[in-house]
Design a protein around this ligand. Structure first.
Ligand code: ACM
Ligand code: ZN
Length: 731
């Protein structure tokens, strides 16, 4: 239903500010929900609509609103007016108006009074692990502003690359560590980078911002009421810097060790010079972020300068040495009129006197800081790390850590009950963090950002009493269209079906319940392995599977598939529910759920921490299935996980299969080498082994050969490889 049936266009001679008048007497406009994200504090709907044409909005500042980010928006009686507590409030009122406008430019009559819950509403971006060009940074800022965020935390330096050009230290940005570590696994894998990946490496690992670039971006952000918080990591995560200038690392450390030496005064002089430049380049930021996270302190233990410093300063351990480092930098930063912020590890060994804590490992650091009278920003990885997966479907691009879907982000509340009532003002807010180890392109950043940023914006802007998940879901549907209209890439993962629950009923049928994070649209499915069409059955309460089937399910939004396809192959095959005996036990920490794990029709996801994987440490997987009766079998199908990047889980090297009708005499049915894959990414490898000839069998023995001791160059060299399997089907 169109909203603007009741409007009359006025001439351009209309009073300044309003050029269209809504007629109050016509039929009521269609009761389309006001879908503003983040949800405003108070909405009073009027009747009718007004056409928005350029320059038709009257704006004013009213300091009695007290919060400069607050605004009052009035669309009524032929006028559109935004009154802000400050310029930022006007900006946010206009953002709201932008969302109220329909595709033909009509805005419903409405009065909105609005103000943010938290003063720190941010998003971070790691431009070290992969570099993102200036124009994309501007686009990123546009996206933040559209969601009424006011803080861009720019992670400018880290292990791989230092991205801020500093005249005095030209090697920082040019001789960055990425040249050394383009692919840390390449030597072990014996892999020559292909021309394509080499080009990719050079394009996205290399790069830096000139001082002019920085000024341009800071100005751009300012115009959108966004403060850019620069981060210069110290004392750890500094491989790029210590590779270029090894004199600032411990003399006992290897080049590129990545940790500054707090025993050496010249380290501090160097970092102070960097801070001087950063203070000049980021005049708007009240903060300098110094990182401070994940500092492995072993190098300090073996360094004579560090040990001398400890002695001279009466420091009892390396935590106190870290604290000395951070305090000393804070003093310098405070002397420049700036506040210091760092990750929660800066609490170790005693918090610097004026420091603000960015709490990433959980809420605890932020709570402790706030209760001790320090400001804190909450960025707990389990809620707002946007490098985590958006769904458990294997379609998701390689992520990091856990699974933070849209509902998880929406549930984020920076203010914890453990914070004392008189300390709550110290919780400044929160932000999303996007680490880019696995994110190489701007499109991928946007995919990780949207629509989770919509959920985050509501979590940070809107009072908890005004949050409403069901309404948010409906609004999100409109938000996708807004993203599409702007050409922004976004994830439809929230539509991807997943198996919420499954069990075998008393008749031996498999009962499956599906769900989606955002449940606005029908899921359609097939059981024959074909892709569901717009005519396929719509999922209702459950699916009851009584014969061998492959379940394929996908959400249809406006008649088209949205999100990824759920595929659950070979359900109820002859191996389902078979008795499994193990020649070598599975590991007690990776049982997959026990003896039935390989034949329970419950498929593990593309992450090693999915408890459905069954793990074998250093041994073969060698199992015999008793199918209960004799079947005519043509092959075996199973799936393995591999994740070289950060685990010892490797594909097996061979698969052998024997069959037997009686459980005594076994005949070899197949013996194949498994093609190896050297990627550092997580992969699930399904393997289908067709027998040379069909076998009459009740018993099937499968042996998957373990890779053995991991060789030199593997991140876990010298330790035994694991096999992770799930699941086994026969056919
Ligand atoms: C962090 O994620 N290491 C702050
Ligand atoms: Zn040292």
């Amino acid at each position: 239903m169109k909203r603007h049936l009741t409007t009359i266009q006025l001439s351009t001679a209309a009073a300044a500010g309003a050029v269209a008048l809504c007629c109050a007497c016509g039929p009521q406009r269609a009761a389309e929900e006001i879908a503003v994200i983040p949800q405003p504090a108070r909405i009073v709907e009027g009747e009718g609509t007004i056409r928005w044409v350029a320059d038709s909005v009257r704006t004013a500042i009213d300091t009695s609103l007290r919060n400069p980010e607050a605004y009052r928006l009035t669309v009524a009686d032929g006028r559109m007016e935004v009154v802000g507590g400050g310029d930022a409030g006007i900006f946010y009122g206009l953002q709201t108006l932008e969302q109220l406008k329909d595709s033909a430019g009509y805005v419903p009559a409405v009065t909105i009074e609005d103000a943010p819950r938290f003063p720190w509403r941010g998003a971070h971006l790691d431009v070290s692990r992969h570099f993102f060009p200036k124009d994309f940074i501007k686009r990123y800022i546009d996206i933040l502003a559209y969601h009424k965020l006011n803080t861009f935390h720019w992670h400018l330096t880290d292990g791989i690359g230092w991205r801020l050009a500093i005249d005095r230290y030209p090697l920082l940005a040019r001789k960055a560590a990425w040249r050394k570590v383009k692919d840390p696994l390449a030597p072990w894998i014996g892999l020559e980078l292909s021309d394509e990946s080499r080009r990719d490496s050079t394009d996205t690992y290399g790069g830096y911002y000139t001082e002019a670039d920085i000024r341009e971006i800071v100005d751009y952000a300012r115009a959108r009421h966004i403060t850019v918080i620069p981060e210069i990591e110290m004392p750890g995560h500094s491989e790029a810097a210590t590779f270029a200038y090894p004199q600032f690392a411990c003399p006992t450390a290897k080049p590129g060790s990545g940790i500054y030496c707090p025993g050496n005064d010249s380290t501090f002089l160097f970092l102070q010079e960097i801070i001087d430049r950063v203070v000049e380049l980021f005049p708007d930021s009240p903060y300098i972020h110094i990182g401070g996270d994940e500092v492995g302190k072993e190098q300090w233990s073996g360094c004579p300068l560090c040990q001398a410093r400890k002695q001279a300063e009466g420091l009892k351990d390396e935590h106190e040495l870290q604290s000395y480092f951070v305090h000393r930098m804070e003093k310098y930063i405070n002397g420049k009129g700036k506040r210091m912020i760092g990750y929660d590890e800066i609490l170790e060994g005693g918090l610097a006197p004026n420091a603000t804590v960015m709490s990433w490992t959980g809420f605890e650091g932020g709570v402790r800081a706030a209760n001790a009278g320090h400001d804190a920003v909450m960025v707990p990885l389990d809620y707002v790390y946007f490098d985590h997966y958006q769904s458990q479907n294997p379609c998701e691009p390689q992520g990091w850590g856990g699974y933070n879907g849209v509902p998880r982000v929406y549930a984020f509340d920076p203010l914890r009950p453990e914070v004392a009532a008189d300390k709550r003002h110290h919780i400044l807010g929160g932000q999303a963090n996007i680490w880019t180890e696995n994110i190489r392109t701007p499109e991928h950043v946007e995919y990780m950002l949207l629509p989770r940023l919509a959920a985050l914006s509501e979590a940070l802007w809107t009072d908890t009493t005004a949050k409403d998940w069901l309404r948010f879901e409906r609004k999100l549907d409109r938000q996708y269209d807004r993203y599409a209209a702007r050409g922004w890439h976004y994830a439809e993962s929230a539509f991807t079906p997943y198996i919420a629950e499954q069990h075998f009923n008393d008749d031996g049928a498999l009962v499956i319940r599906l769900a989606t994070e955002v449940a606005l649209h029908p899921i359609r499915y097939t059981l024959d392995g074909s892709m569901p069409t717009a005519e396929a059955p719509v999922y209702a309460d459950s699916i009851v599977i009584t014969e061998p089937s492959t379940l394929t399910a996908v959400t249809f939004r406006r008649g088209k598939p949205a999100g990824c396809v759920l595929s659950s192959p070979r359900l109820l095959n002859p191996a389902t529910g078979a008795k499994v005996t193990y020649a070598y036990p599975y590991h007690s920490a990776y049982t997959g759920g026990g003896d039935s794990a390989l034949v329970d029709n419950r498929y593990a996801f593309k992450r090693g921490d999915d408890p459905a994987w069954q793990g074998f440490e250093g041994t073969n997987l060698d199992v015999t299935l008793d199918l209960g009766s004799v079947w005519r079998l043509e092959g075996v199908w199973m799936r393995f996980l591999q994740h070289i990047g950060s685990t010892s889980v490797m594909l097996p090297t061979r698969l052998k299969v024997w069959t037997s009708a009686d459980g005594k005499r076994y005949t070899e049915a197949a013996d194949v080498a498994v093609e190896q894959d050297s990627t550092s990414e997580v992969i699930i490898r399904p393997l289908e082994i067709r027998f040379g000839q069909a076998a009459e069998a009740r018993f099937v023995r499968i042996e998957a050969t373990n890779r053995g001791i991991l060789p030199e160059g593997h991140p876990r060299a010298g330790s035994p490889a694991w096999i992770f399997a799930d699941e086994i089907a026969v056919y």
